[in-house]
Design a protein around this ligand. Sequence first.
Ligand code: 5GP
Length: 342
Amino acid sequence: DAFYRELPKVELHAHLNGSISFATIEKLIARKPHLNIGHSMTAIQSGQRRTLEECFQVFKVIHQLVDSEEDILMVAKDVIKEFADDGVKYLELRSTPREEKNTGLTKKNYVETIIEAIHQCKKEGVDTEVRFLVAVDRRNGTEVAMETVKLAEEFMLSTSGLVVGLDLSGDPTVGHGKDLLPALEKAKHSGLKLALHMSEVPSQMEESDLLLNIPPHRIGHGTFLHPEMGGSQSLVDKVQKNNIPLELCLTSNVKGQTVPSYSQHHFPYWYQSGHPCVICTDDKGVFCTNLSLEYQRAASTFGLSHEAMWKLSQQAIDCSFAPDALKDQLKQRWTKLRPAVL
Ligand code: 5GP
């Protein structure tokens, strides 16, 4: 549907290494033929599903393919350009800084290289504003989380606003949020915005309660927060009282099997009460999707009009971590880019 491609869009939940397209994976495989990695190991095709655990194995394979500054620069530039081609006018990318002994990559280089990719895209005239969230992988525990927060704080200051926040992600069945709380609170205190994966699996109620007390600026997934999914009204109340937007990724949740089918996704639970919901891709490469397809999928599954989808894309601007001046600019752009069919 051409409407959704034309629609100006905001992407707020995109993991860099999960967002690598088929074409870029080809280039990476050509650089590292000795790894013997094939496409079936890096992407979940249409109609296929994996358990969440298997999804995390896929990221490990991709990380083998992306292990040098050169790789990261190429991957980040390609991903930014692909979002731009799909009509994304404002993109918040997130990625977990990694060090790689065999290529000499450090966590600092890792972030610097992504910032360089953002600058190069701007210079090349890519028509998308890009900001970056530094990601904490929950499996790595307290100390690494604290180091990552310090790195994010340094970059927030040195990049004059390109690094805007901190993400908490990684396998939800590993580690506990309580160990990461001091690092998350420190990050928030220093002015980083927090986008936290929360209640992706049913066993995380106590952790979500703890994280909601911070409170974060946005929630990733939040699949099991509400009572109908085994969550609780008190969790819902906390989310609503603080008006915390939810980043919702339909294809990812269905292919990763945390949600049994599109029609059973939690999008309408929140959307119907007027709660801010942002449609996102999560990992467009791994889950073989793009943001236009996600908008189209939400509209067709829940019977939403083009006008309703336009409003969703417009409201996403206010859920972003962009400063107010940029939000105002984006809103003006949206007025100019309003599809003619509306
Ligand atoms: P990267 O941070 O390396 O750019 O992107 C891949 C990483 O993002 C994964 O290793 C994982 O930590 C995180 N990630 C990607 N998709 C998901 C998801 O659906 N749920 C969670 N919890 N983490 C994810």
